[in-house]
Design a protein around this ligand. Structure first.
Ligand code: F3S
Length: 390
């Protein structure tokens, strides 16, 4: 990979040990993927935050970066960690876990990284413009910003996104290159998409069937923001979709065409079924927006949930929800609104199964949380929460 004189100097340590380390990471990545050069990134989003998933190895890595005085050169946000930093006791988490989680986040904030602790950084100020090159880890955000915003990122790891944050560069390959962003398969959707969860189920199906393809999805329906979040997150979880097109795309005439009908979508919901009544209902994967929170608040207002209802969002959205009285309505009904963490990277203590409106959470719960999972629309989930165990 070609390096400018300035980049050679950075690699050789002229800008410090940690910049040299970050350059070595990016050069190894670039050489592996046969990138021709490095390009500047406008922002980064770093994953690898939860102590549950990263453990001691994550602490050791971050301690090393911290000892070398790493600093983010470009605006950088952070993915969810393993607990709500203020209400961790309510999540049944031990103090030792909380302390380690706090340490991980303080390593990142010492680097100048914003502790947004959310997988929807585009709703918290890290909103890349169409055509902007960025380095995002967090597969759901990658698929969302490439597809919905028209920004450009590869599926970065936590480490490569951190290296990009420190250097302000990323290797130019994959989805940074025009010619690699053309659709590779056409998906005709005849199934009716009744709720955001149906868009998630569609994403699940597409990811499972097409791996890392670039689908052009045609349904004749619009793709609102919440629906795009569900579609992006599920397609990136069951497969490795990093970019899709909705409706139209350049150069789509000769593509293989596959149909998704109502039966195939129904099979996704059938796949996620519980053998027992749900023990907890989790919403907010990806993190809930204020609009999604408002919907739940209106459904539960003045009532009482009989099954624990846990909603996950960013701290910014939670603050907004408090200002609007939405958090109060949900919590007066017995629900909980947590932030800084998520239903998959938090240790959900004391529950054997969950019900969710997120195809991504339903997909990961068995492997990440060792919990059975079931999938229903948001309305269906809230109705079950209000009805309780039969
Ligand atoms: Fe976000 Fe966690 Fe889901 S990071 S997309 S809430 S698995």
């Amino acid at each position: 990979m070609y390096l400018t004189n300035e980049e050679e100097k950075a690699l050789d340590g002229e800008h410090g040990e940690v910049v040299s380390l970050a350059m070595r990471i990016l050069c190894a990545l670039g050489d592996f993927f046969e990138a021709d050069r490095l390009i500047p990134v406008q922002s980064a989003h770093v994953s690898g935050v939860s102590y549950k998933t990263g453990g001691e190895a994550l602490l050791t890595t971050l301690r090393k970066f911290s000892s070398m005085k790493a600093k983010a050169l470009v605006p950088t946000t952070l993915n969810p960690g393993g607990v709500d930093l203020e209400r961790w006791r309510e999540m049944g988490v031990e103090e030792e876990f909380f302390e380690k989680q706090k340490k991980i986040i303080s390593f990142y904030t010492d680097m100048g990284i914003l502790a947004t602790c959310s997988c929807t950084p585009y709703e918290a100020g890290n909103l890349p413009a169409r055509g902007a090159h960025v380095a995002f880890a967090e597969s759901s955000a990658v698929a969302f910003i490439n597809s919905y915003l028209g920004a450009r990122t590869n599926r970065e790891s936590g480490l490569s996104a951190l290296a990009s944050a420190i250097t302000g560069k990323t290797p130019c390959y994959g989805l940074h290159v025009d010619g690699n962003r053309r659709p590779t398969v056409k998906v005709k959707v005849t199934a009716s998409l009744e709720s955001p969860t149906h868009y998630g189920a569609l994403g699940y199906l597409i990811g499972k069937n097409f791996g890392d393809a670039i689908p052009l999805i045609q349904s004749g329906r619009p793709l609102p923001l919440v629906e795009a979040k569900h579609l992006s997150s599920a397609a990136a979880a069951s497969g490795a979709i990093a970019l899709y097109y909705w409706g139209e795309a350049p150069g789509d005439s000769d593509l293989e065409k596959v149909e998704v009908d109502g039966r195939s979508l129904a099979e996704v919901f059938e796949l996620f079924g519980l053998s027992e009544e749900p023990e907890v209902i989790v919403l907010g994967c990806p993190h809930y927006s204020i609009h999604e929170m408002r919907k739940v608040a209106e459904m539960v207002e003045g009532r009482w949930v009989k099954t624990p209802l846990w909603i996950f969002t960013s701290r910014q959205v939670r603050h907004l929800g408090e200002q609007l009285g939405l958090v109060q309505k949900i919590e007066q009904a017995g629900g909980k609104v947590f932030c800084d963490t998520c239903p998959i990277v938090a240790p959900l203590k004391g529950f054997r199964n969950l019900l969710t409106d997120s195809a991504k959470a339903a997909h990961y719960a068995p492997s990440m949380n060792k919990m059975e999972s079931a999938l229903l629309s948001t309305d269906g989930c809230v109705r079950v929460a209000l009805r309780g165990v039969q």
